[in-house]
Design a protein around this ligand. Structure first.
Ligand SMILES: CCCCCCCCCCCCC[C@H](O)CC(=O)SCCNC(=O)CCNC(=O)[C@H](O)C(C)(C)COP(=O)(O)OP(=O)(O)OC[C@H]1O[C@@H](n2cnc3c(N)ncnc32)[C@H](O)[C@@H]1OP(=O)(O)O
Ligand code: NAD
Length: 309
């Protein structure tokens, strides 16, 4: 009986310890995803440091977080708008910013990386952070399409490395894919599941396979929408309307392409084309290449791809 009680207390205290373990979070990349992850982590009481390459970018991230919080506050405090400002300020106090990742990770429990979708750039970042971060710090990547094991290979903490794949816009989308790579320890995986729940998200468990669950299904669907249009079988407007009214999707594929960003979409399909060059679905799109080269990236540059296709 005493043994059972001791076991029970130990299991309670170890799950409490896991939960308490992730309190200080460093988010690297203050773009569409990193700013959203920072907002949600700060809103759920975590202490957050948001890192990017310049003060100007970080100012833009902070502005984006504030306007997103205003939308949340407007809804939450519809009856008492005067409480909305205090709510926003309390959350913003949980966020600080930095351009020096190596110095801020020294006090962090979890690093969530949300930088450009490029294997070498992610590996370089994690390789450097591995030397600066404490032993207990867990590393996670928000990659859309790269194998977690490949990113983790630049570090000596394969057991404390996993995937946390959030969805755009992070404050609204409930899902987080938690990815267990072959080297990820069960304890790390459990901590990442716990952390996702602490953010108020619904985690699903994924293996480290191409596209995990959502993008394994979503990317071919979006590519086929573009190919369908390129074959002249439907206008972009009709395709968007058809998928919204016929399949119940909140956005059509072209709207979603704008929302995700054409640069990120190009990184994803170029990477998959490199791995599977004979698959015509992943063949490069001259149009996508042209738009990205011109800096027309969708919502983030206020240019809708749908007007160009
Ligand atoms: C040419 C070659 C092509 C190559 C193609 C290759 C493609 C590859 C692409 C793969 C991409 C993968 C990317 C990634 O890894 C995975 C993803 O993230 S996929 C994206 C997933 N997201 C979606 O699918 C979003 C779908 N859209 C929606 O759910 C909704 O439209 C919306 C975004 C929630 C917005 O809702 P709407 O009703 O449309 O619009 P509103 O503006 O009225 O908003 C409703 C409601 O939400 C509040 N709100 C919206 N955004 C925010 C925010 N950022 N912060 C706070 N609040 C927000 C808003 O205030 C409204 O509140 P209400 O007024 O209703 O109370
Ligand atoms: N856009 C989406 O819908 C979406 C959804 C889920 C996952 N993702 C993934 O999240 C990641 C980020 O995507 P995003 O859409 O937020 O991109 P983004 O271009 O909006 O933001 C990336 C940010 O990272 C910064 N950055 C680049 N290199 C850096 C470095 N070495 N150190 C610090 N900051 C650096 C950039 O300055 C930029 O602000 C990608 O891996 C992407 O695949 C994107």
């Amino acid at each position: 009986m005493a043994f059972v009680t001791r076991q029970f207390i130990r299991s309670l205290s170890s799950s409490a310890a896991l939960h308490a373990a992730i309190k200080h979070v460093t988010i690297i990349g203050g773009g569409l995803m990193g700013a959203g992850i920072a907002q949600v982590a700060a809103s759920t009481g975590h202490s957050v440091v948001l890192v990017d390459t310049s003060e100007d970018i970080l100012k833009k991230s902070a502005k984006g977080i504030e306007s997103s919080l205003k939308r949340v506050a407007k809804k939450k405090f519809a009856e008492k708008p005067e409480d909305g400002e205090a709510f926003i300020q309390k959350i913003l106090k949980n966020i600080s910013t930095s351009t020096d990742a190596a110095s801020v990770v020294q006090g962090t429990d979890l690093v969530v990386e949300a930088i450009v979708e490029n294997l070498k750039v992610k590996q370089d970042l994690f390789g450097a952070l591995d030397k600066a971060a404490p032993e207990h710090t867990i590393f996670a990547s928000n990659t859309s399409s790269l194998p977690i094991a490949d990113i983790a290979s630049s570090t000596a903490r394969l057991d404390r490395f996993g995937g946390l794949h959030f969805f755009n816009p992070v404050p609204m989308m409930k899902l987080v894919e938690v990815i267990k790579a072959p080297g990820t320890s069960q304890q790390t995986f459990d901590s990442l599941l716990e952390f996702s729940k602490a953010l108020g998200k619904h985690p699903v468990s994924c293996k480290d396979t191409p596209g995990f669950i959502v993008n394994r299904l979503l990317v071919p669907y979006m590519l086929e929408a573009v190919r369908l249009h390129e074959r002249g079988h439907g206008s972009k407007e009709d395709i968007d309307v058809a998928m919204k009214l016929g399949a119940g999707y909140p956005m059509g594929p072209f709207e979603l392409l704008d929302y995700v960003g054409l640069d990120t979409s190009k990184f994803i399909i170029d990477g998959w084309h490199e791995k599977d060059p004979d698959n015509p679905l992943f063949a490069p799109s001259p149009l996508l290449n042209k738009l990205v080269a011109e800096g027309k990236l969708g919502k983030k540059t206020d240019v809708a791809v749908s007007s160009f296709i």
